[in-house]
Design a protein around this ligand. Sequence first.
Ligand code: G3H
Length: 532
Amino acid sequence: MAAATDSLPQFPLVPRIEGRILIGGKIQTSGFERKEVVSHSFHPGAPRNDEGGTVLGTTPNIGAEKFMEAVDAAAVAWAKGRGDWPTARMEERIQAILSFRDRMLAKRELVCRLLMWEIGKTWPDAQAEFDRTIQYINDTLEEVKQLDRESSRFQFAGGLVAQIRRAPLGVTLCMGPFNYPLNETFTTLIPALIMGNTVVVKISRHGELFWDALLEAFRDSFPAGVANIINGRGRQIIAPAVQSGKIDVLAFIGSSKVANQIKLAHPQPHRFRSILALEAKNPAVILPDADLDVTVAECVKGALSFNGQRCTALKMILVHKSRAQEFTKAFAAKVDSLVRGMPWDPKVSITPLPDPDKPQYLQSLIDEAVKMGGKLVNPERAKIEGKLFHPAIVSGVDLRSHLAQEEQFGPVVPIREFSDLGEVEDYIVNSPYGSQASIFGNDPVMVGGLIDRLTNQVCRINLNSQCQRGPDVFPFTGRKASAEGTLSVFDALRSFSIRTMVAAKQDTEGKRIIRGILQDDSSRFLSNNIVL
Ligand code: G3H
């Protein structure tokens, strides 16, 4: 596997791609509408459209009927739990994932270039996303072997002998976000597949074309219908398919509004399982004795890595009034020194935003915050150039403003000073979100006390460091409107399966039948074979 520091081959442009879809083991090139995929990055050698964007190609924009075809293909492969994939031995599924991983590795450079062009990820970040995904696959394979080893043991209780294994749930709809369209989608797709579910992936609204480079790998690694990859406008195609009742599991990383719409469309919500990672408003709390250098460096990374487009980004900075002035000055100096430009330039960290409406939205948040008494700290540097939004810092933000309440998901950093930790606690307790927080400070008594005030509000507290999801072996979850279920290498295998057991009386007859099944290897489920 190449390191995430590979330099970009001379000219970064990708070949034009006419995206395809994969349904029931067949790659389809026509029979649906298409939409143009336009990058907001530009290169002197690349052709540009009338609005100044770089046209990368087209992506399928399928309708509700075609989407239903994909759901039906997954339902046929599931076959009410009797399909080859859901009943396969773990070893067979591991082999399929391994062969997919190797085919995917062969496409590394093209996938990374497409990520860079489509969503403006810098070249090192695009590679890091790819490599992290391969690592996630490898870690999942190791974890599933461990799970298999543990499940092959027999348990004895109440006069019974039992084997408890994990079985798949059914047809799974996987939808990832545009900021990590590869990695985050795969953190649900891979565990769903390895546990024996069949899957339909609905590609995110940006970060679409790299999927095309992987279609053959999916087709050639999995039985027909096990992995179906489609693209279209979610609002038009998902609800009718969910209403059919043929989708058993929703794995969605996006907004709570969309999650609610999808969940409410199911005819029997009680049997529609969901694993969700949604919005967040992660605060940084800066205490009076915080180390300035560490705090500034972590807050810059935390608030502005990938232009602030991370669910784990720091989206509100709460600083003690005794440090507010020096923190804001040092923070603004560092933010203003970030180089802005195109994602293939090795010096650049701030890049064009993929969402065409985002600059206007961010500007409206700033305008309102300023009207409510806030101050734009860096007016010389904070500007909009097309889709390149130069980071803006707003201090004195009113906690009732949209900038303090909504997930901005972009390069605008709100700062609010506090004099009493009760104000911080009130803000966090009353937030509709509950993902993570960062505490910057060094007094064990004060930091320890604040940890205890926050542990029932968020699911990860980072000390003197930014918020982040990784490493992916750690639980990634949230309270309130931020998540449902938990994702990590370990948890995802459990989220996409259900414990299922075979039990017999622990008497002579019970032992005889179990021994006989094991000796004859006559069951794929009840077995003491372990995957090595
Ligand atoms: O967008 C949410 C991602 O899971 C964040 O992951 O903290 O590793 O950037 P990260």
